[in-house]
Structure formats: structure tokens, C-alpha cells
Design a protein around this ligand. Structure first.
Ligand code: SF4
Length: 491
């Protein structure tokens, strides 16, 4: 078969994954990695400039054209950097992200948008080393280029500081025979016409979640051990390999009380559990005026503004519902930054205008909101005192669900608002995220804002409306949950 870098790496994780990807595409799940891919492309484009001028090999569906173009560049230049330099040896194709040519000596640089060097990257680069070496190129260095998570932008972007480079030449050389053996095995495996047998195991999630997991586990009774929320994946596979897969089997096991409770509610079809005194205790910690706060954030792999490190959570939007007293009207405020600006300062300024000092603020999973505001307080000393006052007064609406003071079977072991909400209000269409237009979850909101500036004025207006609606629903949902707590206590 025609192998590529990604196919080779997929097969190293699991040969059956490559087999299914080739012959049974229709059973593949969409694991929604779009934002990761987009980030990866951006980083790849930027990294091309890492060593100065470069000659880019244009992408062509006809790979032989890319190989021919590469060969011409190599012939015509004594010293150069070639990006997407393409080669094929015995149907094993690869494009090298950056190839440094210095007379007859070559260096391979594989660019990754992550902040560390994983084994899968080493396999990727070793495969490239194999292809080039077999073609007779004298490769003297093989390296992985990856993001330096500690780089904080100050002024112009400094590529040499944004990227780290790890030399893996010795490893690539030592793997030469292993790569050849792997390629032979992969080809033999891929020639099978019947679907091969392959046991599931830890390799199904490492290094990547396999998009065929549902297919490979289709014969298991549902729910099963893989549906237990927050259980470590190693523990899940241990139980699975011990033959304890169904909830009935697992019920007899000595498991953590959270897992036990999830299983118990499921198999015994338990009714809703409400610990009224605990919920009352929680409500007693709150006071009026009461604010409900939720942020939306996005990440920049390549920091666009000063003081940002790669992958930092940058707030660009919030929604705020609030009530002065128990019986007063619930009011709403919101903020959504303009596109393509550093959203942090305008957001922080509006936040201190919208939330007075010394009021009780509710967030769902407050660690996130607290972290975002604390970081803003570090950045803006003039707003610091007010921002830290908000932090000090935040309480977490998730606590009663986390402590399982309120639990229903439909929460399926989770305390995430995305499970809690439909479980508490199954028939309320106003609380159904699926009924929103365009933006239905945090990932979509993140992508929508990151790409807002690329849209036409009309498209921006429509998307901003969708973003506002989405974030508003987050805090509206919190108000509904809060009212539900009041209701059960009053009953
Ligand atoms: S789910 Fe596991 S066994 Fe099945 S193809 Fe994927 S990695 Fe292989």
C-alpha cells in the first residue's frame, strides 16, 4: 500500500485503525478535532520562517509533481531550506516540514503545534529519516520543532524563542531497521481482505483517541465500563480485560462510591436523590444581590498580543444574570469583544463596571472563572483590587452536583452542566443547546470568535448574535438551577 507519515503513525498505534480507515470509512466517528488542525496549520506556516528564507513545494494532489519539484529544487540549490520537501521510496511517501540542505548534507525538521515531544512525533520523524536515507540522502540531523509553552510575547514575535527544537537523530538512526520491519508488517496486514481481529486496549486512546472505538466495542452491552464517568482509562481496561464489562458485573466490584452510585442508579432504575439539608446548607452560603457569571475563552497557539503565552485561555466574552433580592426581576448584562483585538483589557474594564464589589457571584465550576479573573488582576494593577474582590466572592453552583447532593440517573455519573441541565429540565426547549443557531458548545464559541475577523460584516453580525445567545444560555441555565434548589428546599 502507499504509506504516508500519518498512515504509518496510525498503524503504529493500531494496524486495524489503518485497515478500517482504508476499507470501512463509513464506521468512522467524527471526533471533532478541527480547532486542533487549524492551529496546527498556522504553526506549520509560521515555522517555515524559522531558519530564514525558504523554498516552498506547493501542495499538489498529484504527489509525483511534489516529488519532481523537490528534486528540481535540490538539483538547483547548493544550500537552501525547503518546506514540504517530498519524497517516495517503495511507495512510502513523506513530506518533510523543513528540510535544510547544505551541499550533500541534509537535516530534517518535523514541526508540531504541541508543547512537548511525544513518541508518535519521534515515530513520524524516524519514518522520514528512513525514506530519505533509503533514497540515498545523507541525513545528518533529525529534529522535532515544537511550541515553547513558557514563551511570553513582548513586542515582535521571536520565532527562535517561540519554538523549541529537540534533536532525535540518534533515535532515528537506531530505528532504521525497525521502521523497515514495521512497513513490511503493515503492508502484509493491509493486504487482508477479511476484517482482521484486534483486541481493544490502552492503544485505543494513546496517543490519540481512535475514531473506531464505538465500532470496535459495538457488541458490548450498554452502558458498560467505558461509560463510567471520571474512571481512569487504565482501570477501565483492567476491568474489561478481567471480563467485568457490564454494569451488572461491575456492581459486584469494590469500586469508588461515585462509580458504584452511577452503576446502582442505572441498573436499579433509582429515583432522583435530593439531600435537602445539604442543598439548604449550600444556599445558606449565598447572599443577595446574586450574580451568575460565565466566561467564554479561546486560545492562541501563536501569541498575538503582549503578555500572552501559547495556549493561554484568553477571555473574550461573558454573560451575567443578576437579581437584587429573592423576589426581584432577573436582569441580564453581557460583553463580547470586537473581533481581532486584545479582548482582555476591555473585558476586564466592563467586568468591574458590571459586578460591584462585595456581591455574591455564582459560577459553574468556579476554578475556571477564578483563574481567568486572577490573571486579569495580575495584568491590570489599576483594576486589581476590584477583580480580586470578585474572585473572593465567587461560589460554585456545581458543588451540590459534585457532592451528589442532587443526582438523577440521567446525569450518567457526570456533574457537567451539559448533563445536569437536561437531566433537571428534560422538556424545556429554552434550555436545549441543540435549539441554538450556529454555536452550541464552548468549542464552537472558541472557533467562532477566533475566526470572527475573517468574515464579512453581515456574517459577523449574525455570528455575534449566536455567540451572545449561547453564552446567555449558560448563565440563564444557572439561574434555573438555582431556582430549582430554592424549590426543593421550600417544598
Ligand atoms: S478501537 Fe482500538 S482496536 Fe479498534 S481500531 Fe481503534 S485502536 Fe484498533
Amino acid at each position: 500500500m502507499n504509506l504516508s507519515k500519518s498512515k504509518y503513525c496510525n498503524a503504529i498505534q493500531c494496524k486495524k485503525m489503518l485497515w478500517l480507515d482504508t476499507y470501512k470509512q463509513d464506521v468512522k466517528e467524527d471526533l471533532n478535532n478541527d480547532s486542533v488542525l487549524e492551529n496546527g496549520t498556522e504553526v506549520g506556516i509560521l515555522a517555515k520562517r524559522l531558519f530564514g528564507d525558504y523554498i516552498d513545494i506547493d501542495f499538489n494532489k498529484d504527489l509525483s509533481k511534489m516529488i519532481e519539484d523537490t528534486s528540481n529544487v535540490i538539483k538547483e540549490n547548493k544550500k537552501c531550506n525547503i518546506t514540504e520537501a517530498s519524497f517516495s521510496y517503495n511507495n512510502n511517501f513523506c513530506s518533510v516540514d523543513i528540510l535544510k540542505k547544505n551541499d550533500d548534507l541534509y537535516e530534517i525538521y518535523e514541526v508540531k503545534s504541541s508543547t512537548g515531544v511525544k513518541d508518535v512525533y519521534k515515530n513520524d520523524a524516524s519514518y522520514q529519516y528512513y525514506v530519505l536515507t533509503k533514497l540515498g540522502y545523507n541525513v545528518t540531523k533529525v529534529s522535532i520543532v515544537y511550541i515553547n509553552s513558557k514563551y511570553e510575547r513582548r513586542g515582535e514575535l521571536e520565532l527562535d524563542k517561540l519554538f523549541n527544537i529537540e534533536d532525535i537523530t540518534d533515535l532515528a538512526v537506531s530505528k532504521l531497521d525497525e521502521v523497515e520491519k514495521n512497513i513490511k508488517e503493515i503492508n502484509k496486514y493491509m493486504n487482508q481482505k477479511e476484517e482482521p481481529n484486534q483486541l481493544i486496549g490502552l492503544h485505543c486512546t494513546d496517543p490519540y483517541d481512535c475514531p473506531f472505538f464505538s465500532y470496535c466495542t459495538r457488541d458490548l452491552e450498554t452502558p458498560n465500563v467505558f461509560d463510567i464517568v471520571k474512571m481512569n482509562i487504565k482501570e477501565k481496561f483492567k476491568l474489561y480485560h478481567d471480563g467485568k464489562t457490564s454494569f451488572k458485573d461491575l456492581y459486584k466490584e469494590d469500586l469508588n462510591w461515585r462509580f458504584k452510585e452511577q452503576i446502582d442508579f442505572e441498573i436499579n432504575n433509582r429515583k432522583t436523590k435530593i439531600e435537602v439539608d445539604k442543598i439548604k446548607e449550600f444556599l445558606d452560603t449565598l447572599s443577595y444581590p446574586l450574580y451568575f457569571l460565565d466566561f467564554e475563552t479561546y486560545q492562541q497557539v501563536i501569541p498575538l498580543y503582549d503578555g500572552i503565552v501559547p495556549y493561554e485561555q484568553i477571555p473574550f466574552q461573558y454573560s451575567l444574570h443578576y437579581m437584587e433580592s429573592k423576589d426581584s426581576e432577573v436582569k441580564h448584562k453581557e460583553f463580547l469583544a470586537e473581533a481581532d483585538i486584545d479582548s482582555r483589557r476591555p473585558l476586564a474594564e466592563r467586568l468591574v463596571e458590571d459586578i460591584p464589589k462585595d456581591v455574591c457571584v455564582l459560577a459553574y465550576n468556579m476554578g475556571f472563572e477564578k483563574g481567568v479573573i486572577k490573571h486579569l488582576a495580575e495584568l491590570y494593577p489599576d483594576l486589581r483590587e476590584h477583580l480580586l474582590n470578585i474572585v473572593d466572592n465567587i461560589k460554585d453552583l456545581m458543588v451540590p452536583f459534585f457532592r451528589r447532593n442532587y443526582y438523577t440517573k440521567d446525569m450518567k455519573g457526570s456533574y457537567s452542566i451539559k448533563y445536569v441541565l437536561p437531566a433537571l429540565f428534560p422538556d424545556d426547549p429554552s434550555l436545549n443547546y441543540h435549539n441554538l443557531e450556529g454555536v452550541h458548545n464552548g468549542g464552537e464559541a472558541m472557533n467562532a470568535y477566533a475566526n470572527l475577523g475573517k468574515l464579512s460584516k453581515e456574517e459577523q453580525i449574525a455570528l455575534r448574535k449566536n455567540l451572545l445567545k449561547y453564552c446567555e444560555l449558560d448563565t440563564f441555565a444557572m439561574v434555573k438551577i438555582y431556582n430549582k434548589f430554592l424549590e426543593v428546599v421550600e417544598k
